[in-house]
Design a binder for this molecule. Sequence first.
Ligand SMILES: Cc1cc2nc3c(=O)[nH]c(=O)nc-3n(C[C@H](O)[C@H](O)[C@H](O)COP(=O)(O)OP(=O)(O)OC[C@H]3O[C@@H](n4cnc5c(N)ncnc54)[C@H](O)[C@@H]3O)c2cc1C
Length: 182
Amino acid sequence: MSELLTKEDKRTKYCGEFRESDIGQKVCVMGWVQRARDLGSLIFIDLRDRSGIVQLAFDENTPKDVFDRAFAVRSEFVLCAKGSVRMRSSVNDTIPTGKVEIAVDGLFVAIGHAPDNGIFSQLIDLDDGGYADSDESCRTKTPGVFVAGDCRKKTVRQLTTAAADGSAAALAACRYIDALEN
Ligand SMILES: Cc1cc2nc3c(=O)[nH]c(=O)nc-3n(C[C@H](O)[C@H](O)[C@H](O)COP(=O)(O)OP(=O)(O)OC[C@H]3O[C@@H](n4cnc5c(N)ncnc54)[C@H](O)[C@@H]3O)c2cc1C
């Protein structure tokens, strides 16, 4: 069972301040995701704030709901994480916090992705993450229903791909209407 984050949870210290003297401490950190690495049964997230970076670690001892949440994290998400400071198994000498990591048992995603497609599930197919299935012209399984942007199943979710989807969906919608009229 994961540790719940509460209103009382405050940042213990800034990301770049953790050292070996903190090992064994229960801590709470907040920041932006610099990089998220998924190694299958292990996930490492570099969490950044103005002071530097600290590594968050998720492994077989991490509560499942926390591990699943970490699995969906991408760069520039904003997180609040609770856990215990421990020695890193592979030390990174290039950063001041490189000897330690935080084994996370509570994770709150303050800014991230959460597709809200459920209400359309009768009209469009959704994958396990709730993203909408469509073809390259953004057509769904229902004629006349198109999807565009981050809510759509795809590999890259950026402003450029969202805008491109919008164009593709609009053109496909025009063709659909033209075909109805002819
Ligand atoms: C933290 C973070 C950092 C990012 N940094 C970058 C970056 O540096 N460069 C980059 O290219 N991309 C970045 N992205 C990705 C980029 O923001 C998205 O790919 C892009 O905004 C997707 O556009 P969209 O129109 O699909 O969705 P959104 O921009 O999310 O717009 C969806 C809109 O729909 C509204 N909405 C949701 N549900 C409902 C409802 N039921 N009824 C009415 N309105 C609703 C929402 O309020 C929102 O305004 C970042 C994303 C995040 C989360």
